[in-house]
Ligand binder design. Structure first.
Ligand code: URA
Length: 314
């Protein structure tokens, strides 16, 4: 048997145990290390065995295709422009059920962090030495920024929005007259969506999470919202917006950006992702995102000076 067949056999055995009502599997540290090694080897084998895609278009298989593959026990395959197809650890069919711990907000958030950081599915999707990422900030924040997924810097530091896009988000928060610590910053996803690794063993590039991945992580985001109870949610970019409003909610972000929506009875402002502004430095796009944030400041009853009102007008 090759590595893939061993892993599929293990998958079948775990499913069989689950079918029999098993809830716990005892595994030694040595076995887990061997399994991790086998998964890494299989990733590299699969990535190098696949021919590059002829298409330049981003192609992410529909959830139905993924579901079909999952039912047949195969790993899900994802491909992005210019890369080989590669395999992802399968996701369970059901999203996790999260129950908030008893106690105050800090106790609840500590318990939630502990749950997410140690969740076997989340951990199975991060490479050796990288981290699962949970939101950070004031547990009484009025404003909850929601991004897409950790990137290279975030999976190293274990904190959302600490890379270049995060630095811009921090500047935007300062522009609103706030400190980063006074808001809450989270993501739809708790791990960096996997892509093939390069020769150094580091992942090359980023991809948006699939609908299936976002649905899996959504209960963790809902739980953070239930603890923080913000007055306003700000969705940063198309992926976060799809995760919150639904994948069919819009075709182009422009249809929903700059307008108020609702997520679980909370006002939701949709705006650009800071990485869009990093790619498109025009005064116009800076003003557009700033106007969205002015609406957020007004709704949150934050003081707004004339200087702030005039940012990026000329
Ligand atoms: N982009 C996001 O959407 N989230 C992060 O945490 C970092 C970059």
């Amino acid at each position: 048997m090759n590595v893939r067949e061993h892993l599929l056999a293990l998958n079948d055995e775990l499913r069989r145990l689950k079918g029999e009502g098993g809830r716990n599997v005892i595994a030694s540290d040595a076995s887990l290390a061997q399994l991790r090694q086998a998964v890494e080897t299989a990733r590299v084998e699969l990535a190098s065995a696949e021919k590059p895609l002829p298409e330049e278009k981003e192609t992410v298989p529909s959830p139905t295709a993924n579901e079909r593959q999952e039912k047949s026990g195969s790993p899900r395959m994802v491909a992005k422009k210019g890369t080989a197809a590669f395999s992802l650890a399968p996701l369970p069919a059901e999203a996790p059920v999260v129950t908030l711990a008893a106690g105050d907000k800090q106790t609840q958030m500590d318990a939630l962090r502990n749950l997410v950081l140690n969740h076997t599915v989340c951990r199975a999707h991060v490479r050796e030495g990288k981290r699962v990422v949970v939101g950070v900030g004031d547990l009484n924040a009025k404003i909850f920024f929601c991004g897409e997924a950790p990137g290279a810097d975030e999976e190293v530091q274990g904190e959302p929005f600490v890379g270049p896009a995060g630095q811009l988000l921090t500047k935007m928060i300062h522009g609103m007259g706030l400190q980063r610590e006074e808001v809450y910053i989270g993501n739809i996803m708790n791990w960096r969506p996997e892509m093939p690794v390069g020769p150094t063993g580091e992942q090359i590039g980023n991809r948006p999470p699939t609908e299936e991945e976002m649905n899996f992580c959504l209960p963790f985001l809902r739980a953070q919202l239930a603890i923080v109870q913000p007055e306003i949610i700000v969705a940063l970019g198309a992926t976060a917006t799809k995760g919150l409003l639904g994948h069919g909610a819009f075709k182009a972000l422009g249809e929903v950006r700059g307008h108020w929506h609702e997520f679980e009875d909370r006002p939701l402002m949709v705006t650009y992702h800071p990485s869009y502004i990093l790619r498109n430095q025009s005064l116009r796009s800076k003003r557009e995102i700033w106007e969205d944030l002015l609406q957020v400041m007004e709704r949150a009853a934050l003081p707004i000076s004339d200087k702030q009102r005039g940012f990026f007008l000329s």
